[in-house]
Write a protein that binds this ligand. Structure first.
Ligand SMILES: Cc1cc2nc3c(=O)[nH]c(=O)nc-3n(C[C@H](O)[C@H](O)[C@H](O)COP(=O)(O)OP(=O)(O)OC[C@H]3O[C@@H](n4cnc5c(N)ncnc54)[C@H](O)[C@@H]3O)c2cc1C
Length: 385
């Protein structure tokens, strides 16, 4: 259930592995919010996951490779720069517009024989050898296993009686496309402001970038209410001379930021993946990557179970998926918490800048962190056979 990035990628990997797959998707058609002609929702897909999507033949042509990452809090104190050559990679991954990635995945899934159904589930019934999903229009879909990939407010999770821990960060993420005075040259920038982090992500046109400005609720409301010109000034003030300055800003959208963790990711004949299972702070651009790794691992387990004649909906099979994913997801959640809280402590910017410089000078630690950032130091297959 759910044909977003994670659900449609999972369907592709399962179909390629020989399983018969259908997707129930409630949205009639993708209706992206455009800002300077680009989807305001973009995802930084890390290199290891990008390679898995390339292997699946589901990687969109329009993407912007991330050739360096710069992180700083106060420009006067300096920051840290990461370059992928230090770990022998051409990039840390790439930024893609969500609408383009979803369109590519949908086309690939259809080519692999995945059946798309429009609707939303209204009831879930477990039967002796499978599950039945009633859709709003009166149709009933029967399957051996149902997977919830229907996002943070997953209806399937609710129908399956699975609870969820939720905590608001008290922040909103403001997103928009901006036009830069100079080419971004594939550099992604993250600035930690006292009110929250501000990321500038390169897009597939050299002068266009996407911003994700996470700000405490009152500050976010203030920024959203500003005129376009006043917001542009606020952005210039926050970013300084980065890329020669910001020349134009497109329409803004915003998302409430929260942390969510489903109490179970696997029940008899039901599994959860992506935001339906876990939602983290977007400051490191990891949410979709975690979800795509869920999809890779779940597909790997299900294709193997089918090959060995095991029931794909059995808790024993689904439990292996959960066990393989838990360390990655909880590790990312804890890391986001540490960044989020650590950069909020007032009066410590000098210490943090010193820490960043020290960190960047210890080669093995820096390289290990970069391998994690590129998605290589994680137990997830690069492809599903
Ligand atoms: C501001 C911001 C910036 C981000 N930046 C990044 C980034 O750079 N990199 C990154 O990796 N992650 C990023 N993320 C996180 C990322 O966007 C999400 O983790 C990812 O989109 C989750 O994908 P999903 O497919 O699990 O869920 P969703 O994208 O929510 O997709 C769910 C799908 O299910 C459908 N659906 C919902 N309910 C039903 C229903 N009842 N029945 C049928 N269908 C249903 C929806 O229409 C949708 O198609 C960001 C998040 C935010 C808020």
């Amino acid at each position: 259930v759910g044909g977003g990035i994670v659900g449609s990628a999972l369907a592709c990997w399962l179909a390629r592995g020989g399983l018969s797959v259908g997707i129930v998707e409630k949205a009639r058609a993708a209706n992206p919010f455009l800002s300077l002609g680009k989807d305001c929702r973009v995802s930084t897909i890390v290199r290891a996951v990008e390679l898995a999507l390339r292997d699946l033949e589901a990687w969109p042509k329009a993407h912007a490779p991330v050739r360096a990452i710069e992180v700083w809090e106060d420009q006067a104190l300096g920051g840290i720069r990461f370059e992928p050559e230090e770990i022998g990679e051409p990039s840390f991954g790439a930024v893609v517009e969500n609408r383009k990635l979803i369109a590519k995945l949908r086309a690939r899934s259809e080519a692999l024989g995945v059946v798309w159904m429009e609707g939303a589930p209204s009831a879930l019934r477990r039967r002796a050898h499978g599950v039945e999903l009633a859709l709003g229009g009166g149709e009933v879909v029967a399957a051996e296993l149902v997977v919830g990939a229907d996002g943070a407010r997953s209806q399937l999770r609710e129908l399956a009686g699975i609870g969820c821990w939720v905590r608001s960060y008290g922040q909103r993420g403001i997103v928009a496309t901006v036009r830069l005075a100079r080419s971004h040259q594939g550099v992604a920038v993250q600035r930690f402001l006292p009110t929250g982090p501000l990321a500038v992500l390169p897009l597939d046109q050299p002068e266009l970038a996407s911003i994700v400005w996470s700000a405490d609720e009152p500050e976010a409301v203030r920024l959203l209410r500003m005129s376009e010109q006043a917001f542009l000034e606020a952005l210039r003030l926050a970013l300084g001379p980065v890329f020669g300055g910001v020349e134009e800003v497109g329409a803004r959208a915003s998302f409430p930021l929260e942390r969510r963790l489903a109490k179970h990711w696997a029940r008899e004949r039901v599994a959860l993946v992506g935001d339906a299972a876990h939602v983290i702070h977007p400051l490191a651009g990891l949410g979709a990557n975690l979800g795509l790794r869920d999809a890779l691992v779940l597909a790997d387990e299900l294709v193997q179970a089918r090959a060995y004649g095991e029931p794909i909906g059995a808790l024993a099979t689904l439990g292996r998926y959960r066990d393989r994913r838990i360390a990655d997801v909880l590790g990312a959640m804890l890391a986001m918490e540490a960044f989020h809280q650590g950069f909020r402590l007032p009066g410590l910017s000098g210490l943090r800048a010193w820490g960043m410089r020290a960190f960047s000078q210890i080669g093995p630690i820096k390289r290990a962190a970069m391998r994690v950032a590129a998605g290589f130091a994680v137990d997830a297959p690069r492809a599903v056979p």
